[in-house]
Design a protein around this ligand. Structure first.
Ligand code: MG
Length: 346
């Protein structure tokens, strides 16, 4: 029989994290534990402010669950059906359960999750390092942390003077490749096009969600005019969005918390690729448990942006290690999603 435990936690950022829509010093998560035959599978749900999912609702949802009818974590699809029968929503809580189930399957079988999924790979997989919006001294401190990474993802917003200054300042202090994420911060398509042409001259690799979800119809025009690949993130919350919005973007940013976990992210990557879309594997500002779970899928994706845990000062877990910008899952026994669950736990 599988037994569920869960508890909320506030992850604190080591420095204020600012994007175009907000700045914060901490972020809310829920940790989930599933016990089964002496093993514990761990999962994590995170709650960025822009998503409509709230932690209290997800805690309430978790309080309604009872896994008494299931006698194995390998009953994945029956469990998904049960989770959806309780509520259509609460996607982050479902992601946390899915992560914990995969962790359990790995621990029970003695295999890392990437191998369970048939994704064992010899590829070198590099993640980008994200730099939030801030003053020059903040950017310099972040660049110092980002030294080992091949690619930096720079958060920009609606302030065009700031955007140009930040890119020029970073390029005067670093030779790294740069991608840009506006988090929907540009006010209209004309400003967006000017910004894209300017960024293309600066050899930026790609841009992410330049316009807000409310101006989505303008992405048809942007995609036609843009010299750079445009990835959708806030606009792409589920597999239907990938299907219906495929004409709007060159690529999609897929995250476990948006789609509901490892299985759903795997499915979304396959759907997106079959439609000719480029794929990025992203994460929220979240801890090592959720980021390490996502890392098991990384070999499927064109771009990987799994650095949310690097910003945290009080992460319960130790998980995927990053050396010279390369993702290296820990090789701990038992395996599962390969997190060290002994660190600072309650
Ligand atoms: Mg984004």
């Amino acid at each position: 029989m599988i037994k569920l435990k869960y508890y909320p936690h506030d992850l604190k950022f080591s420095e204020v994290f600012a994007v175009s829509s907000n700045a914060r010093t901490s972020t809310e998560v829920i940790y989930v534990e599933l016990e089964y035959q002496g093993n514990t599978g761990y999962g994590e749900a995170s709650f960025p402010p822009y998503m409509k999912e709230k932690r209290d609702d997800n805690l309430l949802y978790l309080s309604k669950l009872n896994f008494g009818a299931f006698n194995s974590p390998f009953q994945l699809h029956e469990i998904y059906h049960y989770l959806d029968s309780i509520s259509d929503e609460n996607t982050p809580a479902k992601a946390a359960i899915d992560i914990a189930l995969h962790d359990l399957m790995g621990k029970v079988s003695g295999l890392p999750v990437n191998k369970l999924l048939g994704l064992e790979s010899n590829k070198y997989i590099y993640t980008s390092f994200t730099i939030g919006i801030g003053e020059d001294d903040f950017i310099l401190r972040q660049l110092n942390k980002a030294k080992e990474f091949k690619t930096i993802k720079v958060k920009l917003g609606g302030d065009i003077l700031y955007n140009k200054h930040a890119i020029e300042f970073i390029q005067s202090n670093s030779n790294q490749n740069i991608g840009v994420d506006f988090n929907g911060g540009l006010p209209n398509k004309d400003i967006a096009i000017d910004m894209m042409h300017w960024l293309a001259k600066k050899n930026i690799l790609y841009i992410e969600q330049p316009l807000p979800v409310a101006l989505e119809k303008d992405y048809i025009f942007l995609k036609a005019e843009s010299p750079l690949d445009i990835y959708g993130d806030e606009s792409i919350q589920n597999v239907k969005d990938i299907l219906y919005k495929r004409e709007l973007f060159d690529g999609v940013n897929i995250k476990l918390m948006k789609c509901g976990g490892i299985s759903k992210a795997y499915e979304q990557a396959i759907v997106a690729q079959s439609l000719g879309l480029k794929t990025m594997l992203g994460c929220m500002a979240e801890g090592s448990c959720a980021v390490s779970a996502a890392a098991n899928l990384a070999s499927m994706f064109d771009r990987v942006d799994l650095d949310g845990h690097l910003m945290m000062a009080n992460d319960f877990f130790e998980g995927v290690m990053i050396m010279d910008g390369e993702l290296k899952l820990r090789r701990l026994k038992p395996t599962g999603i390969e997190i060290d669950d002994d660190k600072n736990r309650k």
